[in-house]
Unconditional design. Structure first.
Length: 427
């Protein structure tokens, strides 16, 4: 396998830049550029030189030997001064050495997967960690990267293998007197099934944390939806006007609410109109509102939103600055009630976030549902009068294969290119 190299820090001027090399020719690279192979896992000061012996830079160099690195291969890291000229000179010097080539997107991480340093769920979590924008997203990615889903899958696999072994023992020794094993088999299957049910039920919340919650602001024209969006975002994200029907398309503003990723949607005012274009906007507003995770309804009564309101939605009277009553209300113009509104949104979404499991992608849910279906079939076969153990055993093998695909042991080639395309070159 080729030895690869790439800049692992961001392009552009910086205090320090990290150039990473991975592969079996790392000792040759160290000898050519540093003059020696540094002590493993210890930062070593080196003068870097090109093939003509010309000084390139003064750098700290780290060497990680085979099976003790991120990729599972020998890895060398040059921590150089972060000017573009220095980075370019060091990369050119490395590139001129025989047997080296530039890394492809995500290739360092792909080698970590191939060499067993990470499983597929951890690779996906690493991608999510790199892309994380809020504290909740970071925490979720760290939990999966640390092995939250990997460890759960390992335990499920052990339990199902034990159940299969017990079932197959009854088949292999059908003519002999063996202890009653069915209660244990059913307990093992039921335990895994319960865990899968819990993870599947928490998938939607985990996915929303990863991709962001959507909150639609809905109401009649001129109730202050766009003004409220501008107040929430702290900028003029939406055009405001006294003319009804100004907002015709959905306007999105992404925010961080106490670590939760949230996208607020400003939608067209809900009313009956003869304007064809405005009607299209209203139809789009209703569709997005129904699909949103939460709706902020600006109006006098719930009756205005009977076809849209769902549990936990927030109903507020608009234009609090023009009211004298003490009913719950909000004003985007003065900010009155906005802090209370944000607190309400945070309470609702935080409650949903607590339900999140470690299955954070649709692929995870699909694999779990496939495993769950196989377990249901196995229990049905064991519930028959004949207790069709051979069919139940095959169902358990199907469940194990489904869970193996979850962590990347089988049937993963179709998803690898899509996953690694999101990684930067140096990762």
């Amino acid at each position: 396998m080729d030895t690869i190299h790439a800049l692992s820090t961001a392009q552009g001027k910086a205090g320090v830049a990290v150039i990473r090399v991975s592969g079996m020719r790392v000792p040759d690279v160290a000898a050519a550029i540093c003059g020696k192979l540094p002590t493993p896992r210890r930062a070593t000061f080196c003068i870097l030189r090109d093939h003509d012996g010309q000084r390139l830079d003064e750098a700290l160099v780290l060497y990680f030997p085979d099976q003790a690195s991120f990729t599972g291969e020998p890895v060398l890291e040059f921590h150089v001064h972060g000017s573009q000229a220095v980075v370019r000179a060091v990369l050119e010097a490395v590139q001129r050495l025989p047997g080296l080539r530039p890394a492809e997107a995500g290739e360092f991480t792909r080698r970590a997967l191939s060499n067993g340093r990470l499983d597929l769920t951890q690779v996906e979590a690493l991608s999510d960690l790199i892309e994380s924008e809020t504290e909740t997203q970071r925490q979720q990615a760290i939990r999966v990267l640390a092995g939250g889903l990997k460890d759960a899958c390992a335990q499920w696999r052990l339990d199902l293998i034990r159940a299969v072994a017990l079932l197959e023992a009854t088949i292999d020794f059908a003519d002999e007197d063996i202890p009653e094993i069915m209660p244990e088999v059913r307990d093992l299957i039921s335990g895994v099934k319960k865990d899968l049910d819990r993870q599947i039920s928490g998938h939607h919340a985990a996915e929303r944390i990863r991709e962001g919650f959507e909150i639609a602001i809905i109401g009649a024209p001129n109730v202050g939806k766009s003004t409220l969006l501008n107040r929430l975002s702290g900028r003029d994200a939406a055009i405001t006007s006294e003319v009804a029907g100004t907002t015709r398309d959905v306007i999105e503003v992404r925010m961080d609410i106490n670590g939760l990723p949230v996208t607020f949607l400003d939608t067209a005012g809900l009313r009956n109109t003869e304007d064809h274009v405005e009607n299209l906007g209203i139809m789009r507003a209703r569709d997005r509102a129904r699909q949103a995770d939460l709706r902020i309804c600006l109006g006098e009564t719930e009756a205005e939103f009977t076809d849209l309101m769902q549990d936990a939605d927030i109903l507020l009277l608009p234009k609090a600055d023009l009211r004298s009553d003490e009913k719950p209300s909000v004003s985007g113009t003065t900010g009155e009630g906005v802090d209370t509104l944000i607190a309400q949104v945070e309470t609702v979404l935080s409650g949903r976030a607590k339900e999140a499991g470690v299955a954070i992608r649709l692929r995870h849910e699909a694999a779990m549902r496939a495993g769950l279906g196989a377990l249901d079939r196995a229990l049905l076969h064991l519930a028959t009068e004949e207790e069709v153990t051979d069919l139940a055993a095959e169902d358990l093998h199907s469940a194990i294969r489904a869970l193996d695909s979850l962590v990347g042991k089988v049937d993963i080639e179709s998803v690898l290119d899509d996953i690694f395309s999101s990684f930067c070159i140096g990762k």
